[in-house]
Design a protein around this ligand. Sequence first.
Ligand SMILES: [Mg+2]
Ligand SMILES: [Zn+2]
Length: 207
Amino acid sequence: MACMFSFMVGAAGDVVYTSWFVREIVQSKAIDNKTQPREKRVAFFLDRDGVINTDHGYVSRIEDFHFTEGIFPVLRGLSAKGYLLIVITNQSGIGRGYYTKQDFEKLTVWMRQRLSTEGIELTAVYSCPHSPDEGCDCRKPAPGMLVQAGREHNLDLSLSWMVGDKESDMQAAEAVGISNRVLLGEGPSISGTHTVSSINELLTLSI
Ligand SMILES: [Mg+2]
Ligand SMILES: [Zn+2]
């Protein structure tokens, strides 16, 4: 037995031992990855008013919320391509006292449920409740909401997209390195990389 023992020690020499040791570390890392996914994901960031719904100005009630024509198949298409759908919306109507945070949240719950019945799941909705004179870092064109979303959902912002109907949407995206920017509307965009006149054109871009 003594002889066999020494043979086994000899077989488990430094090189063999080292490669076994490295393999063990790699395997334990793989297990960590399984329990805690670290792979970066990509998102399609969507402004709300003027993109998902018609912007009547400070929309806060379900009866005033009208989905943009054609928005459902577009969102389904983006989702099918693997993008997380994340809404990034300025809601200064709260800070201005036109409606409450609760009004906004109630409308958001309704909007998400309505989208869900169309087979569309929003990953998250980020909103800025501040008025412009509060000087927050979340009101677009400030990029605070995008920064937060990127951190909380482990996003690769360089591969993510932003669609909005105002230059401030484009500027916020540009500030965090989102180079895929789509401005919805007429005329040239200063800081967008694409301009589309209707939401239906989104899926014609190479996204
Ligand atoms: Mg808008
Ligand atoms: Zn804010």
